[in-house]
Design a protein around this ligand. Structure first.
Ligand code: SIN
Length: 295
């Protein structure tokens, strides 16, 4: 049966959407994504994603094919530039992992080492990403999310004035080789890979195409400069925006449970991988859904 089969032919599932306390997040309990999801249930999930920005589907025993099919219902999937870390036979899945086998990293070990919005370095950044837990460490490994609508809403007037109407450059390579966690996870990019990640420019404040809200759209991971400002002024302004974005009231910290599937909105949030001790194994599968050009 196709992933988008009509509501008429697929039974509804009884599931609850429970908002988490704090800036963002809701837990979806009782839904089984290994079963077909009808259009009405899909509409509820879509609404929850727009309202809460991060949705946590608990206890999902799904295959890579099922993750891909469910992700595709939200849009076209983006293939990550690091081909080395795509799941064999399923290039739509990026392996996020610190595991080393036969002397080789099996995945991107330090994905998310700086706050970022996925693929903001592309002309069409990501709408949202889904991360499915495969192996979790006994300690650490959390993922943090910051609400960039709230960051914009609460931005001091002077900073608002400083950024309104401005654009910023985003680059995949800017901090590519900087390691925060132990180990050097990053392969040298080939000329073809470099060509796929040429610098782009996006508005510093974007409007979410589905909820109409404004959000700050800069992050320490990929934003390199504010266009049209002297270097020192740009660096100072960005540092203030980064510090403001990740104030404690803006943050949801996700502590992973086995088989969690977490789906976040890259138009509303930035996120950060907190890291875990390097001797503990962590492996997750990420699908990344393409979004619109920011405006
Ligand atoms: C990512 O940035 O996509 C990965 C986040 C994580 O590993 O927690």
């Amino acid at each position: 049966m196709s992933a988008s089969a009509s509501a008429a032919s697929i039974a509804a599932q009884a599931f609850e959407i429970r908002p988490l306390n704090g800036a963002v997040g809701a837990e979806i309990v009782g839904l089984d994504l290994s079963r077909p999801v009808n259009d009405q249930d899909f509409a509820r999930i879509h609404r929850a994603h727009l309202d809460h920005h991060v949705v946590v589907f608990r206890d999902q025993r799904i295959s890579p094919e099922q993750q891909i099919a469910f992700s595709r219902r939200f849009g076209v999937l983006q293939i990550h530039v690091l081909k080395q870390f795509l799941l064999a036979g399923h290039p739509e899945i990026l392996i996020v992992s610190n595991i080393i086998e036969n002397g080789q990293s099996i995945g991107l070990g330090d994905a998310g080492k700086f706050w970022h919005s996925d693929l903001s370095y592309k002309e069409l950044p990501s709408l949202g990403s889904m991360l499915h837990a495969q192996e979790l460490p006994a300690e650490g490994g959390d993922t943090l999310f910051a609400n960039m609508h709230q960051a914009w809403d609460n931005l001091p007037e002077a900073l608002r004035k400083a950024v309104e109407g401005r654009s910023a450059a985003h680059s995949y390579t800017a901090r590519y080789s900087e390691t925060k966690f132990e180990g050097n996870w990053r392969p040298t990019l080939t000329p073809e890979q470099l060509a796929q990640v040429a610098e782009v420019v996006h508005p510093v404040v974007r409007t979410h195409p589905e909820n109409g809200r404004k959000a700050l759209f800069v992050s320490e991971g990929f934003t390199t400069r504010i266009v049209g400002l002297p270097e020192d002024e740009s660096a100072q302004l960005l540092a203030e925006l980064y510090a403001h974005s990740v104030l404690p009231d803006n943050i949801y910290r996700h502590q992973w449970q086995p088989h969690d599937l977490v789906f976040w909105d890259n138009r509303s949030l930035i996120h950060l991988a907190a890291g875990c001790p390097s001797h503990l194994r962590r492996k997750l599968y990420r699908t990344t859904i393409q979004g619109d050009a920011p405006y």
